[in-house]
Design a protein around this ligand. Sequence first.
Ligand code: ZN
Length: 422
Amino acid sequence: MIIKNAHLLLPEKEELFFGDVKISDGLIVEWGTELQGEEIFDAEGKVLAPGFIDLHVHMREPGGEHKGTFESEGMAAAAGGFTHVFAMPNTRPSPDTKEHYKMIKELSKKSPVPVTLYGSVTCSIAGETFSNIEGLHEEGCHFFTDDGAPIATDEQMIEALQRIGAFGGLLAVHEEEKSLFTIGAIHRGKYIEDFEVDGIPSEAEWGMIQRDIDLLEKHPGARLHLCHLSTKEAVEMVQEAKAKGLRVSAEVCPHHFSMTEEVLLQAGTLAKVNPPIREEEDRQALIEGLKNGVIDVIVTDHAPHEEESKQLPMAQASYGLSGFEVAFALGNTFLVDEEELTLVELLRLMSEKPAELAELKEGRIEKGYPANLVLLDPEEEWTLRRRELVSMGKNTPLEGVLLRGRVKATMIKGRWVYEDAR
Ligand SMILES: [Zn+2]
C-alpha cells in the first residue's frame, strides 16, 4: 500500500515532510515523493505520524470488566490513535506470578491494539510480599510497578531497585506519601471545604520522589520511571536528578497540563484523579518540563469507570478519567495552539519518545519499522460528548468542551484498525 499526500512526521526532522509512505507485509518500506504502487490511500493532506504509544493505562481486565475490557478499551485506544499500550497491574488477579501473567497476557490478545503488561512489584499490589519478579522476567516482563500505590518502605524500594535492576528492567512508581492526609480526594488547595474532604498536598508527591531519588543514588539498580507528575516541585527534583546523571525518567498526563483545580467546580467527581489536578503554577511547571526535556513522555493514565462509581460524594467517588480519546486533542489544543510546543514535538512525546524509553523498535516512520501509524487532522474542531466515546468509561470532565485536533484513522502492522466515522 502507498499512503499518498500526507504531512509525515519523520525521525530527526523538525518540520513535517509532504510525501508518501510505502507499506508492505506490515512494515514501512520507504518514504518519499511520487512513490508508485498498487493500492493507494489518499491522505488528503492530513498529518501522518507514528502511532501513539501509551506507557500508562488501565484496561481493567481481569476483575474490572464492568469498567472496561481488553476489547472495549483496545478499541478506545485505537480511536485515540494508540498502537501500543502498557497496562497497569491493578487487576484481580494482578500479574504477580508466572501463571497470572500468562493468563492475563492471553486475555490481552482480544485487544485490537497490542498490550504490554507491567508486572506488579508486590503480590496483588498489597505492598506486603514481593511478586515472583525473576519468574515474570522469564516470561518476558521487563516493566514493573505497583501503580495506584507507592512502594511503601525504604527496604522494599531498595529490594525492588536491585531485583528489577539485575536484568535491566524498569521500575515505574506512583509517588504518594499517604501519611500526609486523611481523605485524599482532591488537591489540598482552594476547594477542600466546598467538597468536605481533606486534600492530597503536593508534598505527598514530591516527598516520596525525593526519597526514591535518594535511594536510587545510593543503590543504583533498575531504571526509575516516575509516573504522572503533578507538582512543580517534582519537576524540579527530576531536573536535578537528571543533572546528576541518575537513570530517571518521568511522564505527564494531558489532564495535568491542560487543567487546574478549578475544573472541579463544573465537573465535580469527573475531575477526581490521582494524583489530583493542581494549580496553575504546577501546570506551567509541567509544560516547562515537557519543553526542556525534564519530562520524557506524555501518557494518558486512561482509567475507565462505570457511572455509579462517579455518582458519589467526592470522598467516595473513584479516581480516574477516560483518557485515550482526548489525549491528542488536549495536547494539540493546550500545547500546540498555545505555542508551548510544536506539533512535531507533541507527536514525538506521544510516539518516538515512549518507544525509546521502553526500548521498542516502533515510533518512527523509517524503513523496517512496523507500519503502526496514525492519521490526524490538527485543524478539525469538535465538541466532546461523553456518550460518543468508544471507551466503556464515559468518565471525562470535558463534556461540551470544544477541542481542536482529531484522530482520523489508526493503522497497526499495515492494517487500518480504526477510521473516524465523521
Ligand atoms: Zn498512579
